[in-house]
Ligand binder design. Structure first.
Ligand code: ZN
Length: 411
């Protein structure tokens, strides 16, 4: 999806603000000798922003508007090192609310709905974002915040909540608790709006089966407003995102060049009208693709596919980018194999080779199974791996995170 002329003008305004605030990005631009862009090619030559840049700006180095206009800060969790602090102006807060209201509308949620919000409040962007969007819509908010399942279920019944906002894991926990207690007939939920971490189809189906609700994936990150910058509609063909507020491009995480629509890569986001902390070409490290064409719902808002994982997990082999999640998805379609697998990449006789180890019980013809998996990988990803089928239990198990990809080319 090429950047439009209107978006280019918006980016220029963001650049002006960043330069006059003397932020890290202003310095990057000065180094690159850029102060203005005129064409999509110019845009593609702009430097990227990284999470590390944002951390270095701690505490308030990202502040791009005058302090009397800053009304709030949010922060992303600092699991490694310093957290990132994002300042918001009143307009930023309002814009975020408008985007979030749109998300609810795309999910068919109305002012007659009662929205139970379970994500956390505070420095984190989640709870308050869900709340402000719901208030803008005119729905009734039940602002629970996380945890306290007993009280969640009580309020859900007494308030007759119709919408559950939560993470996928908490939605599953609540669903299983409702099933266990046999209180399904006292629950009035119709829809779930679920944060967009990668979650499998199996989990999704289990939640919607128990609760009998429609599920919507919401996308967002603290650095770019927070959740609410995109959501799937009822046709469930990817998440519509708001290109009047953001420009999204997909890049090859190795060459850093934009890839055509439809191709998988890393999501890079540029804010178009942000005041408190504009970001140009921010590398999210989320993997997805832009879905070409128009959605059956008729909306002109472009679509981003479900997040497939993180670019840090990507392997490049024979010129093709491969993600462990793609292999996992293919293996999930073979009921004969276990959940365990191992990918080994090596460089033999001048070419890259992928060996894929999978496990099965003794009831299947190993050679035949290996051949069928190889054919499936070739058709879905584009190259043929050497598939080795082994007995169940032969692949290493781990109590922590199992290492599934071993790249011997760099060892
Ligand atoms: Zn749609």
């Amino acid at each position: 999806m090429q950047i439009s002329q209107t978006q280019i003008e918006q980016v220029n305004k963001q650049i002006d603000a960043l330069v006059s605030a003397g932020s890290f990005y202003g310095k990057k631009l000065a180094e690159a000798g850029v102060s203005h862009i005129a064409t999509p090619e110019d845009f593609e030559n702009l430097p990227f922003s990284e999470k590390a840049d944002l951390r270095e700006a701690y505490p308030l180095g990202l502040m791009t508007a005058p302090e009397d206009q800053i009304v709030r800060i949010h922060s992303s969790s600092g699991t490694t090192g310093l957290p990132v602090i994002i300042p918001y102006t009143a307009k930023d807060v309002d814009d975020w609310g408008i985007m979030f209201k749109r998300c609810y509308e795309f999910a068919g949620i109305t002012p007659m709905d009662r929205i139970q919000i379970t994500p956390g409040y505070g420095l984190w962007t989640a709870g308050i974002g869900f709340q402000y969007g719901a208030e803008k819509l005119g729905a009734m908010v039940i602002p629970m915040g996380p945890g306290n399942t007993e009280k969640q279920l009580q309020m859900m019944q007494d308030m007759k909540s119709t919408v559950l906002c939560s993470t996928s894991s908490y939605a599953l926990l609540l669903a299983e608790e409702i099933e266990k207690r046999g209180i399904g007939d006292k629950i009035f939920l119709k829809k779930g709006v679920i944060g967009s971490e990668r979650w499998g189809e199996k989990m999704r189906k289990r939640i919607s089966d128990i609760l009998g609700i429609e599920l919507y994936d919401i996308y967002g990150l603290t650095e770019i407003y927070g959740p609410g910058i995109g959501i799937n509609c009822k046709y469930d063909t990817g998440m519509h995102y708001w290109d009047d507020y953001l420009y999204i491009e997909i890049i090859d995480p190795i060459t850093l060049k934009p890839v055509p629509d439809g191709q998988m890569g890393e999501v890079v986001i540029t804010t178009l009208v942000k005041e408190g902390a504009p970001l140009i070409r921010y590398r999210t490290h989320d993997l997805s693709r832009i879905i070409p064409g128009e959605c059956p719902c008729g909306s002109k808002f472009p679509r981003l596919d479900t997040i497939m994982g993180r670019s840090d997990d990507m392997i490049k082999i024979k010129g093709v980018n491969v993600f462990p999640s793609q292999i996992e998805e293919i293996l999930a379609s073979f009921p004969e194999v276990s959940s365990e697998y191992q990918i080994r990449i090596s460089h033999l006789d001048g070419k890259d080779t992928m060996r894929l180890y999978v496990e099965t019980s003794g009831h299947y013809d190993f050679l035949d199974l290996a051949k069928r998996i190889a054919v499936e990988v070739k058709s879905k990803i584009g190259f043929t791996p050497l598939v080795k089928v082994v007995e169940i239990g032969l692949l290493p198990r781990s109590e922590k995170k199992t290492k599934r990809v071993i790249d011997e080319r760099y060892e």
